[in-house]
Design a protein. Structure first.
Length: 168
């Protein structure tokens, strides 16, 4: 369902509908099923936020963020491009990839935080990838995450039932 703010502006969210795509690994093809959490287009509530800024699901209430929303339009492509990317270990069992994006002529550093898990499904191996959060990072701030792991290696290990360990 699209978000409608107090001014009546409508923000469609269909670009964040779940989708899947095939990923070729040395061991054979795997299907990656992708889902997006609302932290991709909302932020924490601040005192100056109005009720017209709120977005709520069954678990929580947050503030709709126009900046995160605009950047979220890039997420389906960025997720599909993970096959050629390296990721870092983030907190709470998540991984992060940091991208330089150009949004309306402005270069931004964009952190995409996600988790992966094996998903038993008819028709072969499948991974559920959930983008938990995504937002612009300060270029002067230390980049999130530690160590590196290729996305394809992360998927191979996940299919083997192995949870990769971050470096110490």
């Amino acid at each position: 369902m699209p978000h409608k703010n107090a001014a009546g502006d409508v923000y469609p969210l269909n670009h964040l509908h779940p989708f899947r795509f095939p990923l070729e690994l040395e061991r054979g093809p795997v299907t990656i099923s992708v889902a997006f959490a609302m932290h991709c287009f909302t932020r924490g509530i601040q005192s100056e936020d109005t009720s017209g800024d709120m977005y709520q699901d069954a678990r929580e209430k947050r503030t709709f963020c126009p900046e995160r929303y605009q950047l979220s339009r890039l997420l389906p492509r960025l997720v599909r491009d993970l096959a050629s990317a390296s990721c870092r270990f983030a907190k709470s069992g998540n991984y992060v990839t940091v991208e330089a994006v150009d949004l309306n002529g402005n270069r931004r550093v964009y952190g995409v935080f996600f988790n992966v898990r094996q998903w038993k499904h008819e028709g072969g191996p499948r991974i559920l990838l959930t983008v938990q959060s995504a937002y612009a990072l300060s270029p002067t701030q230390h980049q999130p995450g530690t160590g590196k792991i290729r996305f394809t290696r992360l998927i191979e290990l996940t299919l083997e039932g192995v949870k990769p360990k971050p470096p110490r």
